[in-house]
Design a protein around this ligand. Sequence first.
Ligand SMILES: N[C@@H](CCC(=O)N[C@@H](CS)C(=O)NCC(=O)O)C(=O)O
Length: 207
Amino acid sequence: MLLIYSPNSPFARKCRILIAEKNLACEMAVHLPFAADTKVPDYNPLGKVPALVTDDGRKLFDSRVICEYLDGIRPTPRYLPEDFNERINVKRWEALADGTADAIATLVYENRRTDPSKRSAEWIARQQAKAEAGLAEMAHELGDRPSCTPSGYNLADVALGCLVLFLDLAGKFPMPDFQVRSKHPNLAAHAERLMQRPAWQASVPPG
Ligand SMILES: N[C@@H](CCC(=O)N[C@@H](CS)C(=O)NCC(=O)O)C(=O)O
């Protein structure tokens, strides 16, 4: 297998963590989607990372499909529960965390416009509101539990952790400081617990 990723991507980090936690053999290749000579569209027509080339030659995207694939080929330990209702709960958490990351990515791209006069303050505010609402909902739903869902550490926690730890790049990326540690200390504490695992330490976004 071959994973195409960029080191800062919270979406790609989900896949990198599953690969490490499951001890899967997978080559890793860094491709930056915004580089002028990027090869990402050779792997994903949408031009986004992550993408995964399977051993039988399929090109998979996006991170949710890749994570489900990785969990399917090596189901121990399981990151998506077998039970239907539990699995839907985990996938809902993943959609919430990834959707929040999507809003933040959109906001960053808008702030990176080469001509600042083309930046839309309205569009930025809309994305920021989505991100804040997503974080608030996750903080509320997590409460003081040690994992997002009753089934323990799984893909819900991976998606949440990758999002929260991506926010540490606020000084390096053109995005607001969402002040997770003061506004949502339970999210920050959860991310810190995850950071004790080797797979998380090995995949810190450099910024
Ligand atoms: N829903 C996608 C989102 C992937 C995504 O937005 N990746 C960003 C990097 S963090 C990207 O490649 N952006 C390039 C672009 O939007 O053209 C997933 O989960 O894989």
